[in-house]
Write a protein that binds this ligand. Sequence first.
Ligand code: ZN
Length: 434
Amino acid sequence: MKKTLLAGVALAMTMACAPAIARDYVIHAGHLIDGINPGERSQVSIVVHDDQITAVQDGFVTPAGAEVIDLSQGTVMPGLIDAHVHLTLDLTKGNALLQSVTHSSYDETLDGVGNARLTLLAGFTSVRDVGGDTAVVVALKRAQKAGTIAGPRMWVSGSILSPTGGHGDPANGFDPALTKPGWQDGIVDGPDEAVKKVREHFRDGVDLIKIVPSGGVASVGDDPQAQLMTDAEIKAVVDTAHTLHLPVAAHAHGAQAIDHASAIGVDSIEHGSFATSTSYAIMKQHGTYLVPTLIAGATVVEFAQKHPELLGPSMAEKAMAVGPIMAKNLYAAWKAGVKIAFGTDAGVYHHGQNGREFELMVKAGMPVADVLRSSFVGAANLIGESRIGAIRPGAFADIVATDRDPMADITELQRVRFVMQGGRVVKDHGEPRI
Ligand SMILES: [Zn+2]
């Protein structure tokens, strides 16, 4: 009985999510932010065939056989891109330490399916998942690609590579006698282990490597200011990963970890809280992206004040030290000319609220056009996929729309009304179609 029910659910999911039969659409866009040119265009037609945009034309035209999607009252943009999410995690659900020993990888998988859907419905058609059980996130990515589940296109790092006792060591804070299968998957001590772990991750299907050169906030005991991976370990990761054409994302709060990781050649600094003017100079010289994750900063401060019981030992104190500084850092980095890639740390806050990051970035002092660019251009370049983040012929038909213009009111991006992904309408008039 149970088996039949499950099979039925699986069949329904497959039918609901299977890619639509090839179909031609033309979108009549009242305003268009194309993700390429500065400014906006009015009254533009976007022609979609299968999963791609085939033409972008001035005026409202209707090619023979194309179904019209009338967004003539709205503002149309490329699908949003978030370069820092954790689809399988949700720290808002309760104490993180407790969750890590009461939640199985099956729970994480099913949570990931739900969170992927929420993220897509929020208008995010592409994400980088920078930390989760390798087998689980690789499976999610494959299921999305196959059309089995609805979610953003995914580029995944699998488990975070961390030194013993560092930000990515799941055993932190537990009785040393305790262990769990998988807890050692990301632990690297010494360059040789780092090389091996990168190769194993590559074999297991990841698209990038995530390392934690500094301590972090949502972990027990490690110091966000300290550089906890050695330069030799970071270099071993970067050299091996780049040989395998995998970019490297480095979680780093303290200045030394930011400076060293950037100089060694990581592709992005995640968070970057305590960066200095020297850090910005090094990042510019090496073309390193900053992924600011302001919602994470704001959320951990909120937790520390309202729900310290959800945080493990030492986390509340660290949150108060790190959280408030992140917005200041973003403004300073932008002013210094550091490349910015939009990223939010979804999973630290509720999935599907990624759009809040745009508002926080504008509040931090970044101009709206540059904030939008950080998602369409910054995150797309960091991911390394030229067919996302732009409305142009040859790009994926990943297209969203808001009722009002986000250039005038950035909070509109928290109310995305229309979402098309790969030529398939997944949300229309604010209503999910998946
Ligand atoms: Zn994160």
